[in-house]
Write a protein that binds this ligand. Structure first.
Ligand SMILES: Nc1nc2c(ncn2[C@@H]2O[C@H](COP(=O)(O)OP(=O)(O)OP(=O)(O)O)[C@@H](O)[C@H]2O)c(=O)[nH]1
Ligand SMILES: [Mg+2]
Length: 438
């Protein structure tokens, strides 16, 4: 299959390193929020190696279906892009396929919107086959209505030579059909991968799960590395992590505590994209505890917090217990901020991923959170019952074991209610939830 329609963003692979970015301010919009969104768009572009040479903000009463803005304004943006030598114009606003076509005809520049840029970043950073498949589906769906444009781009690339002769609307129709077929095939593959993962997760029932969630660049991967000393790497680019990584917090604890790192959330992440990343976020849905990581040194940390909370609710994770981890404390100048936030959010902790001491504190916090939720129980197991013994060794914190009887073993353990329910026939006595004291 040709790549020409798979990826509208062909221009990004050519040497077109600069862009002009455009934001629209509608009645009721906050100018500061738009300015921050454009800063973020600039960082998104930097992640792709594209330099922003100019920025245009326009106030409008409403958007036009033809080219979003007025034609005079579009001409002005084109002149700015010409003057700056920018080959691309990137809109912070979602553009329809006809708008892209019209804008392109009017300006002779490559036209992108925020979604197109995010998709491109996702494509670069997807590592596992699951993430790659999800990104390809999202790209195909995004490009499908824009295929005419990608096609004309292709024609330009090939100089209208032999290959493009006789390939008009009909060819585009064929390409579209192929793209749709490919989407259905990929969706089937994804479903199978999804099933495999579910089976893997079943095997992990005996473990406690913590998921790191939060806005992109808040420091999730850094915290994961610092807390598990695993060797994945933190990168100062947006969306460094697209697949959730799972690691054990400390291999010696029973039950084991698994920690997973997840894809970063972002404002204006198109709904369809969140959907297509659902299986990446499955780790979140299955977590016993969420650590919501916030870059507290960021001017917009509150907005970023809200975005994350919103997405969590949207994916159905609204009921999972959350601890707020205010990160990058080393960059905060106001010494009162932690106090103020602590008063507002009781379940919160303040750390710097760069401080070993803080990381030890956060680990202890997670351990004791779970310990507080473990139930003390006495179990009696036949010495022959290897299956049950193996569950106990894997899933319980064994406080005492008594092998004095040849036929049976008596354990005093702490375990989660789920595990004790599974061991129900062996439970002799059980204490209600106990506080952990040490
Ligand atoms: N000064 C300081 N920098 C930090 C801290 N934590 C993370 N960083 C930096 O912030 C940047 C982003 O960190 P990551 O851990 O990649 O962030 P992330 O949340 O995993 O980002 P995505 O995977 O893109 O969602 C990196 O340059 C880190 O070195 C911190 O506590 N203090
Ligand atoms: Mg990350």
């Amino acid at each position: 299959m040709g790549d020409r329609f798979k990826d509208k963003s062909l221009a990004l692979d050519q040497k077109v390193p600069s862009a002009v970015i455009v934001g629209v301010l509608l009645p009721g919009d906050d100018a500061q929020v738009l300015a921050d969104d454009l800063d973020e768009l600039e960082r998104l572009l930097a992640t792709l190696g594209i330099k922003v040479q100019g920025r245009v903000i326009q106030r409008r009463q409403k958007l036009t279906p033809k080219c979003l803005l007025g034609e005079g304004k579009v001409e002005e943006i084109k002149l700015l892009a010409d003057a700056k030598g920018a080959g691309m114009i990137v809109f912070d606003h979602l553009l329809s396929a006809p708008q892209v076509r019209n804008l392109e005809t009017m300006t002779s520049k490559e036209i992108f919107d925020r979604t197109g840029i995010i998709l491109q970043i996702f494509a670069r950073h997807a590592r596992t086959s699951q993430a790659k498949t999800q990104v390809e589906i999202a790209q195909l769906e995004y490009n499908l209505p824009r295929m005419t444009k990608a096609w004309t781009h292709f024609q330009r690339q090939t100089g209208g030579g032999v290959r493009s002769r006789g390939m008009g609307e009909k060819q585009i129709e064929i390409d579209r059909r192929r793209a749709r077929d490919r989407i259905s095939r990929l969706e089937k593959q994804l479903e199978n991968m999804h099933k495999d993962r579910q089976n893997q997760r079943k095997a992990r029932l005996n473990e406690l799960k913590v998921a790191l969630v939060g806005y992109t660049n808040s420091g999730k991967t850094s915290l994961m590395i610092a807390m598990t000393k695993a060797n994945s790497q933190a990168e100062d680019v947006l969306f460094a992590t697209l697949d959730s990584n799972v690691r054990t917090l400390d291999p010696t604890t029973r039950p084991k505590i698994l920690m997973s790192d997840t894809v970063g959330f972002i404002r204006k992440l198109p709904h369809g994209l969140v959907e297509s990343f659902k299986s990446t976020l499955d780790e979140v849905l299955e977590a016993d505890l969420l650590l919501h990581v916030i870059d507290v040194s960021h001017r917009n940390y509150r907005l970023q917090m809200e975005t994350t909370e919103h997405v969590l609710r949207e994916i159905g994770a609204g009921d999972i217990p959350v601890v707020l981890v205010f990160n990058k404390l080393d960059l905060v100048e106001d010494p009162l901020l932690p106090k103020i936030l602590k008063a507002a959010y009781r379940s919160s902790i303040f750390v710097s991923a760069h401080s070993e001491e803080d990381m030890a504190k956060l680990r202890r916090y997670v351990f004791s959170y779970f310990e507080e939720n473990l139930v003390l129980a006495t179990l009696e197991v036949s010495a022959e019952d290897q299956a049950t013994l193996s569950i106990i060794y894997k899933a319980c914190l064994i406080i005492r074991s008594d092998y004095s009887d040849q036929e049976k073993v008596i354990f005093t353990v702490r375990a989660t209610p789920v595990v004790l329910a599974k061991l129900h026939p062996n439970v002799v006595s059980m204490q209600e939830k106990i506080g952990f004291t040490s």
